[in-house]
Ligand binder design. Structure first.
Ligand code: SF4
Length: 347
């Protein structure tokens, strides 16, 4: 087991390292103080609260083994919102690590124990032949159109549309940040692949306390965002900015749009209320009205809001944390901002 495996536990080589170590998951999870189980709980709960998977443990073995245990936990909780949020958090954390590991050196090929190289990452996802650095410009890449479409299909938004790209010879040009967004999607898909897993009863029983911890955090989140008053003037700056962009006719990227819809659903708004807030109707702007209906349907599940509004940290990573004010320094989540302002207003 190498440091690289602990940093990128979804790599095929990491799975092989776990297999080679012949770790018996059943034996591992029955130990009440198993550090890998404790870290697995942290991976999943931090995903729910902060949008990442938390600080890594120093022991490579603990850190690496916590990943398959976390996937088992997510499978046992078996809530779409948990599965999706967990996969997104693993991907967000991985890409932050990639940013730290891969510099803007022209050859993009260095790396040492515990670090990944860009060629290594592309190879991991069978993208070696599909992505090429543009000669003498290591900040621009050309992505084979098939791979581009596969990885960008969930990244709704004008900028990702093929007709907005200078497609040439079957390749789509992307800059370094865009390439990382595509790779983040590849990681998310890899993490979510095969979930929920079938889990033997003995392992499920042994993990019952860990499952309870995850469900407790999930319940707390539901309580924490239980605000049902609509006071637009008190909305956090990030949400105000997204609303403004939508009103101006901009087609927001999918993550931004779902964040906006999630906030609105969280405070009890439905699609007609959002349309009113945006000052549009199906007659004045049928396209936006349709997007609102679709977005609100997607975020609202049978058990409440199923696409949770990301934390401030994740909003920042998406570029959606803007116009911060003094209160922003005191909150970790946009709903915390709104709650604080609603409380302070006395309404
Ligand atoms: S700090 Fe949080 S609440 Fe404030 S603008 Fe950024 S994302 Fe929104």
């Amino acid at each position: 087991m190498e440091a690289l495996h602990a940093r990128y536990p979804f790599f095929e080589s990491a799975r092989e390292a776990v297999d080679a170590a012949a770790v018996d998951l059943g034996e591992l999870v029955v130990r009440e103080d198993a550090p890998a189980v404790e870290r697995a709980v942290e991976r999943v709960t931090t995903a729910l609260t902060d949008g990442d998977v938390g600080a890594p443990r120093r022991r490579t073995r603990t850190e690496l083994l916590s990943y398959p245990v976390a996937r088992v936990l997510v499978s046992l909780v078996d809530e779409p919102v948990v599965t999706r949020t967990y996969a997104q958090a693993e991907a967000a954390t991985a890409i932050e690590r990639v940013r730290a590991d891969v510099t803007e050196d022209a050859d993009l090929s260095y790396g040492s124990a515990g670090e990944v190289t860009l060629p290594g990452l592309l190879d991991e996802f069978d993208l070696t032949d599909a992505v090429r650095a543009v000669e003498e410009d290591a900040t621009t890449f050309r992505v084979d159109v098939t791979a581009y479409l596969r990885l960008s299909s969930g990244l709704d938004g004008d900028a990702w549309r093929l007709n907005r790209r200078a497609l040439a010879d079957g390749d789509v040009p992307v800059d370094r940040d865009e390439l990382l967004v595509l790779l983040r999607q590849a990681v998310e898909d890899r993490v979510a692949e095969g979930l929920p897993l079938g889990v033997p009863d003995a392992i499920a029983d042994a993990l019952a306390p860990a499952i309870a911890q995850v469900e407790e955090v999930l319940a707390d989140i539901d309580v924490a965002v239980d605000i049902d008053r609509v006071l637009p003037e008190l909305f956090p700056p990030c949400v105000q900015a997204l609303l403004e962009r939508a009103r101006d006719g901009e087609e927001l990227p999918a993550h931004s749009w779902f964040s906006l819809c999630s906030f609105c659903a969280t405070i009890g708004m439905d699609a007609p209320a959002v349309l009113e807030l945006l000052d549009v109707t199906a007659e004045t702007d049928p396209v936006l009205a349709q997007r609102v209906r679709y977005g609100m349907e997607r975020v609202a599940g049978e058990r409440g809001v199923e696409y949770p509004l990301p934390s401030c940290e994740t909003m920042d990573a998406y570029g959606d944390c803007v116009n911060k004010d003094d209160l922003c320094a005191e909150v970790a989540h946009p709903t915390g901002y709104y709650e604080a302002r609603v409380d302070a207003s006395g309404d």
